[in-house]
Structure formats: structure tokens, C-alpha cells
Design a protein around this ligand. Structure first.
Ligand code: 13P
Length: 256
């Protein structure tokens, strides 16, 4: 059985200016400067990347992530940001295909596949998001939806590509709603995702890939969720906007 180090990422979404970001990172560093029980990633908005990058420059254990990247290397794409621009700011990770971008920005599995390819080519580690809506869960279509997202979103990737990818399972009905999947429900889904990864890419790749859970993760539910055998971390939204709650999640889930 492969050992998978847990990875906890904070997705700040469209919150916090560069000025507001600095004290949050300072407070996180006070608690987690030398913490090594899990991998930690902060994903502020583009405009705060420089400030957070500078604040993290003295540590190795907390990495910087972005929330999106364009699929093209450069060119006439007004308002977009390339992988090279992110790398230049010492960004290591990038969230791709978040359900909010699928819903509001029309991102399809094919666009997500292209962005993931571009990110890997640009030495960024993609955090690729998948997840079903409430209707899809209630109509018991979640397995088919997740399988399609995996088959199309990860089509054509090699074993080496897949080793760079972190998956994030975020049931859309649990995002920002305070409604978390129960640990048993989340484990069942993560186990299904891993079975599908094994079918598509082989058992070894499936055993090594980390799958985060996301959706109303808080300090008081993180431990039970991350104790599940197939849950390898968390992608945290609202509770990552305050140092105390983000640190609480990490320490509760991975040890003080
Ligand atoms: P919340 O933790 O606010 O539910 O958001 C989850 C999420 O979408 C992280 O990417």
C-alpha cells in the first residue's frame, strides 16, 4: 500500500486583497513555520500572489497555489494568466476545474484537460477538481458523472503526468453550504474514484494519487474525514480565510 502524505490546501476564492493577505499568512506562519505532518498549500487570488509569495519566501513547507491558469502558453487572451507567469511568482500548484469555474465560466472537461496538460508542462502541480451536483447525487448518477469527469479530464495523460496531479473531490452540494458529506459517504466516493483510476490508469498510479475532499471542511469535522483510508487531504474554502480555523483544520487532521 502506497504511503500518501496528506495535502491540505486553502482556496481563498475571490476573497482578500494583497494587503489583507499578509497578516493572515504571518499568523499561519507563527503556528506552522516548521510543520511537516502534511503538505500545505495557500491559493490566494492572482492579485495577492506576490504578497503571499514574499511572505512564504523564508519557508519550504508551505507552498503557493493559484486558482486558475490559461491553457495557452501566451498570446491574445485578454485578462488571462499563463503558467509561466505563475511560475515566475514561485507558484507551485494550481487549482483546475473548480465547480465554480465549471458553472460560471463554462469550463468543460476538455478545457480542464488542456489546462491540466499546460500546467504540468509549465512545472505546476494541478489540483484537478471533480464532483457531482445535488441533483446528480439524488438521482444516483454520481458514479457516471465522476467517471466521465475522470475519463475526459484526464484523457491521454501518462503515468509521469498523473504523478504530478492531485485530485480534489468536491461534491457541489457541500460547497459553502455547511452541508458536509458524512465521512462514510465521502470515503465511499473516494474509494470509487480510486477504483476508477485503477481501471483507467493502473493500480500503481491509483495507489499513489492523492485525492482531497472539499466542501464545508472545518476544524471540527476535518479529523474524521481525513481519517478515512482514501481521503488524502482537504481543499478548504471558507475556513481557510482565517488563520485560526485553517491551522485548526491542519492540526486536528494531521496532529499538533
Ligand atoms: P467551502 O469549504 O467554503 O465549502 O468551499 C469548498 C471549496 O470549494 C474549496 O475549493
Amino acid at each position: 500500500m502506497a504511503h500518501r502524505k496528506k495535502i491540505i490546501a486553502g482556496n481563498w476564492k475571490m476573497n482578500k486583497t494583497a494587503t489583507e493577505a499578509k497578516p493572515i499568512v504571518q499568523d499561519i506562519l507563527l503556528e506552522l513555520k516548521d510543520y511537516d505532518n502534511c503538505d500545505i498549500v495557500l491559493c490566494p487570488p492572482f492579485t495577492a500572489l506576490t504578497a503571499v509569495s514574499e511572505a512564504l519566501s523564508s519557508v519550504q513547507n508551505i507552498r503557493l497555489g493559484a486558482q486558475n491558469v490559461h491553457q495557452a502558453a501566451s498570446g491574445a487572451y485578454t485578462g488571462e494568466i499563463s503558467a509561466a507567469m505563475l511560475r515566475d511568482l514561485y507558484v507551485r500548484y494550481v487549482i483546475i476545474g473548480h465547480s465554480e469555474r465549471r458553472q460560471y465560466c463554462g469550463e468543460t472537461n476538455e478545457i480542464i484537460r488542456q489546462k491540466t496538460k499546460t500546467a504540468i508542462g509549465g512545472s505546476l502541480k494541478p489540483i484537478v477538481c471533480i464532483g457531482e451536483t445535488l441533483t446528480e447525487r439524488e438521482e444516483d448518477r454520481w458514479k457516471a458523472v465522476l467517471t466521465t469527469q475522470l475519463e475526459e479530464g484526464l484523457a491521454g495523460f501518462t503515468e509521469e503526468d498523473l504523478a504530478e496531479i492531485v485530485l480534489a473531490y468536491e461534491p457541489v452540494w457541500a460547497i459553502g453550504t455547511g452541508k458536509t458529506a458524512t465521512p462514510a459517504q465521502a470515503q465511499e466516493t473516494h474509494a470509487y474514484i480510486r477504483t476508477e483510476l485503477a481501471r483507467l490508469f493502473g493500480q500503481s498510479t491509483a495507489d499513489h494519487m492523492r485525492i482531497q475532499y472539499g466542501g464545508s471542511v472545518k476544524a471540527d469535522n476535518a479529523k474524521e474525514l481525513l481519517n478515512q483510508p482514501d481521503i488524502d487531504g482537504a481543499l478548504v474554502g471558507g475556513a481557510s480565510l482565517e488563520a485560526r480555523s485553517f491551522v485548526g483544520i491542519i492540526k486536528n487532521a494531521c496532529g499538533a
